[in-house]
Design a protein around this ligand. Structure first.
Ligand code: AQP
Length: 354
């Protein structure tokens, strides 16, 4: 049992058009959590320069992610919405975590291996240290819960490892500074400074796959635009992409077990289930035995009606950049107040003079 006050943190990178995977795997969950939790949602612009240093228009990408947050229904007055680079604590704490984390931990990260590809020596140091910055994003606010897609699971395990090592290595200093909180670590309760964060990865769309290849996740950086539904797509584009989505020749099964070995069918049923807030079993009880020629138009209609209000509101908000900038500034100021307290405590624990 942890004595930390529950707090939710999550972030999205401003690295391109948001897609259905980002929406179902993350943003829609952010909206649901704000009803019961204290939430901080961040446009993680420092992460955006790890894989690609120079971006054509980072400012408009940051505004676009913010517009998606607001259009989806996140309330920036009750919660905090801001862009990461405004709060210097993220980079400062990440540096300390670079000294807590081990190189071996970073080298094992699947996302680093995938993004660095064969030419690892030429990847930026930032790409290797990405999970350490992600741990800092979360722990700067001593967040207890992080809603993410399944692809971020490994990074969250690393966040937990960093918190555990920091709490252990500095346990006496934490006690001496009087800033500890009881933290459950395995069987033991210790006096720690950082919570052991719980990932929130649930539901039928934790890993939305590419519409062109059921073995690859839907991703902003896939060169094929037909592989994803962007939040900026209009109704015709959405319908066309679903029509062209890869499937197999068989009819849909009447139970989820029948989706085994049919990655593309499983993906489309999962998308339908997530958009309609039903289980896959429930969707298959309606569509089992029907062909994709019937299922795809129903899915396209559902996607257009579900996403239409969000994309319309995003367009409206993007026409008012000053409003978006004001939201980010206000959120940044409030985030900074929490971050400054954490950094004062951390500097005391590490032993810096301040
Ligand atoms: N395909 C997906 N299905 C479910 N959730 C997903 N997420 C990403 N892709 C899927 C979740 O969306 C949140 C924001 O992701 P991000 O933008 O910070 O980074 P990412 O995971 O690297 O997203 P992309 O779209 O795949 O970008 P690129 O192509 O640049 O790598 C996270 O919670 C993520 O889990």
């Amino acid at each position: 049992m942890s004595a930390f006050a529950p707090r939710v943190f999550s972030g999205v990178q401003p690295t391109g058009n948001l897609h259905l995977g980002n929406y179902l795997g993350a943003i829609r969950k952010f909206v649901a959590l704000q009803e019961s939790q204290d939430c901080i949602y961040c446009v993680v612009d420092l992460h955006a320069i790890t894989a690609q240093l120079v971006h054509e228009d980072l400012k408009s990408q940051i505004r676009s992610i913010t517009a998606a947050f607001l259009a989806a229904g996140i309330d920036p007055k009750r919660h905090i919405v801001f862009n990461q680079s405004r709060v210097s604590g993220h980079a400062e704490l990440a540096w300390i975590f670079n000294c807590v984390a081990r190189i071996g931990w970073m080298n094992r990260m699947t996302q680093f291996k995938e993004k660095a590809g064969k030419d690892r020596e030429n990847a930026s140091l930032g790409l290797l240290a990405y999970p350490s910055l992600m741990a800092a994003d979360i722990l700067l606010y001593r967040a207890t819960h992080v809603p993410v897609g399944d692809d971020q699971k490994q990074h969250l395990e690393l966040t937990r490892d960093i918190a555990i090592k920091f709490n252990n290595d500095f346990s006496e200093r934490i006690a001496a500074a009087g800033v500890g909180t009881p933290v459950q670590m395995g069987e033991e309760t210790v006096n720690g400074y950082f919570p052991i964060t719980e990932p929130l990865i649930e539901g039928p769309a934790t890993r939305v796959m590419s519409l062109k290849d059921g073995a690859k996740k839907m991703s902003k950086s896939d060169p094929s635009d037909l592989s994803r539904i962007n939040l900026t797509d209009d109704a015709d584009q959405i319908a066309r992409k679903i029509k062209k989505a890869k499937t197999d020749p068989d009819a849909l099964p009447s139970e989820p077990a029948g989706l085994a070995g049919r990655a593309e069918a499983d993906n489309l049923v999962g998308i339908f289930a997530a958009l309609s807030e039903r289980s896959k079993a429930d969707v298959l009880s309606e569509f089992g035995g029907r062909n994709f020629s019937e299922f795809k138009p129903a899915l396209a209609e559902l996607a257009v009606t579900s996403l239409g209000p969000v994309t319309g509101e995003m367009r409206r908000l993007l026409a008012e950049p000053a409003h978006i900038d004001a939201v980010l500034k206000d959120g940044g100021d409030r985030a900074n107040e929490i971050a400054e307290q954490t950094m004062r405590d951390v500097k005391e624990i590490v032993g810096f003079l301040q």
